[in-house]
Design a protein. Structure first.
Length: 300
């Protein structure tokens, strides 16, 4: 069993994130990067501004729940990161590794072997288990992230469905569930991209094709033949790493999941105009409902 010190440490880690309920609808919104976080063998992940506030407003408008870092945890990582920057200016080695809490790891870069010990995943799994006993057994996970403005990326919102694709690709070719999941992915992709694009275009004053785009329906490969799943919502299978949406679809049993990357300009607009978050929530809800209706029709 765990030692007393290990149990105390586990209890402390359990307080770093929280499920915030706004209703009982089957929608979970996560924001894993509104904090400075360590990644194995990588530079620390930078804070993505406004993502917690947007995630919680989305969950509120959807009557669902939001999974976020606690405010205390966010302040703590910000303080420790500023301390690391001071050490860096003084040429002290491994400043970020020393300053940031080694127990607070990026939940969007968790290795599959450490999943069960993640306080973030345990809350996700707890939420998903409640949905499994619901009327339809269908649910939607929206994972909110921040990205740079165009032209760094083609659009202000990027919808990543790579986790849903990888989940079905892991099944045997003759598994009947594979076709069901493939149809589920295509149905959702067909409706969610135009819905989100038309919802966000007037918020930004841009045409729909500049507002939102889709990634992850096909495996992306670089010129050197390496798998590249950037902003698709999925790490390549060989890495052993899992994004939030990979965890929810492949491990927690959530039926639909989308990683949504929002440009800084879009995040600022959503914070400034809360009604715009309502439009995004409506687009996500109605497109998910349409996808489920299409799936029911296909089965019939």
């Amino acid at each position: 069993g765990l030692t007393a010190a290990a149990k105390q440490r586990q209890a402390e880690l359990g307080k770093v994130c929280e499920l915030v309920p706004f209703g009982r609808a089957p929608f979970l919104v996560t924001a894993p990067h509104n904090a400075f976080l360590l990644r194995d063998g990588q530079p620390p992940h930078q804070l993505e501004q406004f993502t917690t506030g947007i995630a919680q407003q989305l969950a509120r408008d959807l009557d669902g729940e939001a999974l976020c870092w606690t405010r205390q945890m966010q302040w703590r990582t910000a303080f420790r990161f500023s301390l690391a920057l001071r050490w860096k200016r003084n040429a002290q080695a491994e400043c970020f590794e020393r300053a940031l809490d080694k127990g607070i790891r990026d939940p969007n870069y968790i290795h599959q072997d450490e999943l069960r010990g993640s306080p973030w995943y345990r809350r996700m799994e707890s939420w998903a288990s409640k949905q499994a006993h619901g009327a339809s057994n269908m649910s939607l996970h929206i994972d909110v992230h921040g990205c740079q403005d165009p032209p760094m990326w083609p659009t202000h919102a990027i919808l990543g469905l790579g986790a849903m694709r990888q989940n079905l690709e892991g099944l045997a070719e003759d598994d009947p569930t594979r076709d069901l999941l493939l149809n589920r992915l295509h149905n959702f992709a067909l409706v969610v991209e135009p819905a989100v694009a038309h919802a966000l275009a007037p918020v930004l004053g841009v045409p729909p094709h500049e507002a939102a785009s889709l990634r992850g329906l096909k495996e992306a490969v670089t010129e050197t033949g390496e798998r590249a799943e950037t902003l698709s919502g999925a790490w390549p299978p060989g890495t052993g790493r899992l994004t939030q949406t990979q965890q929810s679809v492949s491990n927690a049993g959530i039926s639909h999941a989308v990683q949504i990357e929002l440009s800084l300009s879009l995040r600022r607009a959503l914070v400034r105009e809360p009604w715009a978050v309502g439009k995004l929530a409506h687009a996500l809800r109605t497109s998910w409902q349409k996808a489920i209706a299409m799936e029911s029709t296909n089965r019939a």
